[in-house]
Design a protein. Sequence first.
Length: 151
Amino acid sequence: MMAVCLWAVAVLGVVALFAPAVRDTREVADRHVVHALAGSVGAELRRYGFAEVQAATAGGASLQLVARADGSRIVALAYADNDPAAGAPPGIPAAERYFQIDVTRALSPASGPAWVVVEVRVSWPLALPPDATPVPAAQRSEFRFHTAITP
């Protein structure tokens, strides 16, 4: 009986180590996707257009984007509710929105008439599957970087 109890305690101890390991593995995978998103965000901003990015980030305002967990699709939050099959641009269903991307005008270096320097803040997870339960901002991971867009 004592051996069974000791074995159960040992097994429970090992099982308790799995949850942090799974969480850390997911965090590493998410960070790889975020680093790949950096180029995709730049492409999405160019698609959005210089004048639109300049207007959307003027006066401290921000342009909000969302992305899928695998980084395969980024879309402006304003268009995220578009029909994923027929929308132009196609949206991302609420349950598939994993990364929130906020684009704001960078304070330094300063933007000029021929370029806009922006700070991009990516936070995740926006919501948890399968029912898209929102995750409070204080509990999300975050990554920031700068990029610029020209006409």
